[in-house]
Design a protein around this ligand. Structure first.
Ligand code: DGJ
Length: 549
């Protein structure tokens, strides 16, 4: 008996000692639950409720000093912040990581995580964040060129010296982050480069690039096209099949010439370049890594918009050329948020939104709800977040406060078809399609209406209204959001009558347990006819439905 007791004690002690080591030793990673992706940090999944800093803010500790606490108070759990090549390698081979250390120190002091943005050779299609010793040595670090031979302030992705120098600096940064943060995991993920793309033409015309453009399309890309023929993004599939789906030939033969094949060539060169940088970084410290993309205005030609980035029509080229990346992530600066985000919510691509415009706009809360509720996003991050942190009760902080409460429930139910997002469609030109939306959630049909009947129509921005519904039991739901009214039916068309058994407003505690406030009935549910989330603020209701006949 005694050996058994000590044996159990020994096993318990060994497990107790081993468990934290196992969890702490593993860097943040992306895993799947059902058909949803999520990031797991120190053994626990999290929703990334983030904001990205303006480009120059993180270069000064003094400038940032008042912002950290305010961002935390806005219910962010993560800040996206750049780390630039020019700051970390001011002299070749001499590294200064004080800018990254400053971010990590301050984020930790305020209980925040970081996603670091590697401003290396590419920043918004340009190469302005490279160190001076790279900028001034064009012979050693060749530039992309126009067709007339004139150089651009953009490094050429076809010059191995550029990739090697960029990768060496990035690898050094990742090794440093591992050394100072491998245990604490303040840094969750890293963005590789920033909005790669070619301007003002569809491809690089430097001698090395033009020579590569005359070569056959690489075997690896052809093999990918053949293997993924039935799931290729429609634009690429159409281009390739219009040529007869050739399995050999140069870029013009395989993709049909003109700007389209020049852009695909650019995408492939950028993807291969990025894959090399990413591999070097991951060898040093294997954090999740992604690239972000400046989206294209429909009707413009590649080069008029940044050509060759991981745009919707080029997703397959990037997946084939940069398999080391975990994600391709859209920066959404157009009103039609949902349509763009949907293009990146793919079985092989976790959805992360690193940038949106309008951090202070009422629509940003609705977009966050749609991303997490309808598209299983792992994270959401309005740009220039510190520019709005002086206003105490912004829409994004209200939305994040509710998402922070919902997070344990969302993370428990993710990937099991129990979480739904509702938001009015907005077209590219800004037109809002104010139509009700119906979804089957469990055994009930939920119809969402986005125009609130009790508030003056002229005062409402219907596109700022959104809701998340989470099924927590056979007839139990959490309904959260702002400006959406729900009516209900049974999904069984032969017996469609459904009513509200109970509706309570309330909050969720840190472990996701509902703490009820008012019991809602009477005028608040229009005598049992609906569940209403009032416009202009975010709230949570716990609802039990029932059927009658
Ligand atoms: C997208 C870029 O990725 C950001 O760094 C910033 O330049 C914004 N555009 C807009 O200012």
């Amino acid at each position: 008996m005694i050996p058994g007791y000590f044996g159990r004690l020994l096993i318990a002690t060994v497990l107790a000692l081993a468990a934290p080591t196992l969890v702490c030793g593993q860097p943040p990673r992306i895993e799947q639950q059902g058909d949803a992706y999520r990031i797991v940090v120190q053994g626990k999944p999290m929703l990334i409720l983030a904001g990205e800093l303006g480009n120059s803010s993180a270069s000064s500790e003094a400038y940032m000093a008042p912002h950290w606490a305010r961002l935390k108070a806005m219910h962010l759990n993560t800040v996206l912040a750049p780390v630039s090549w020019e700051l970390i390698e001011p002299e070749e081979g001499h590294f200064d990581f004080s800018s990254a250390d400053m971010l990590i120190r301050n984020a930790r002091a305020h209980g925040l995580h970081l996603v670091l943005l590697w401003f290396g050779a590419w920043k918004n299609s340009m190469s302005t964040y490279v160190p001076s010793w790279v900028k001034r040595n064009q012979r050693r670090f060749p530039r992309a060129a126009l067709a007339d031979g004139s150089g651009l302030e953009i490094l050429s992705a076809l010059a191995p010296a550029n990739e090697q120098a960029d990768a060496r600096a990035f690898g050094a940064l990742m090794a440093h982050i591992k050394a100072v943060d491998g245990e604490q995991n303040t840094v969750l993920m890293v963005q590789v480069e920033n909005e790669m793309g070619m301007l003002p033409v569809a491809r690089d015309y430097s001698p090395a690039a033009s020579a590569a453009f005359r070569q056959p399309v690489p075997r690896a890309l052809i093999d990918y096209l053949v293997a993924h023929r039935h799931t290729l993004q429609p634009e690429l599939k159409a281009l390739w099949e219009a040529q007869g789906a050739p399995t050999q030939g140069d870029w013009s033969k395989v993709f049909g010439g003109g700007d389209a094949s020049a852009e695909i060539f650019t995408a492939w060169s950028y993807a291969r370049y990025t894959d090399g940088i990413t591999r070097t970084g991951k060898q040093a410290y294997d954090l999740p890594m992604y690239v972000n993309v400046a989206l294209n205005r429909p009707g413009r030609r590649p080069g008029e918009y940044p050509s060759g980035g991981p745009l919707p029509h080029l997703i397959d080229i990037w997946k084939a050329g940069a398999p080391a990346l975990d994600m391709l992530s859209p920066d959404i600066y157009f009103p039609s948020f949902g349509a763009w985000a949907e293009r990146y919510h793919l079985p092989e691509n976790p959805l992360f939104i690193p940038e949106t415009n309008g951090a202070g706009s009422p629509r940003t809360g609705a977009n966050a709800f749609y991303a997490f509720g309808a598209l299983q996003a792992i994270g959401y991050s309005p740009f220039s977040i510190e520019s709005i942190d002086q206003k105490p009760d912004t829409v994004i902080s209200q939305a994040y406060s509710v998402l922070e409460q919902l997070a344990p429930v969302i993370l428990a139910q993710q990937g099991r078809h129990r979480i739904f997002g509702f938001k009015a469609r907005v077209l590219y030109d800004g037109t809002v399609l104010d139509l009700p939306v119906t979804a089957k959630i469990g055994d009930y049909l939920f119809t969402a209406t986005f125009l609130d009947r009790w508030v003056d129509k002229a005062r409402q921005d219907v596109a700022a209204h959104a809701a998340i519904v989470i099924q927590t039991g056979p007839e139990d739901y959490l309904i959260a959001g702002s400006g959406v009214t729900f009516t209900f039916k049974c999904a069984d068309a032969a017996a469609p009558l459904a009513g509200i058994d109970r509706d309570e407003e309330g909050e969720l505690d840190a472990s996701g347990v509902f703490r009820p406030g008012r019991l809602l009935n009477g005028d608040q549910t229009n005598q049992g006819r609906y569940v209403r989330l009032e416009p202009d603020h975010y709230q949570i209701q716990r609802v039990r439905l029932y059927r009658y006949h």
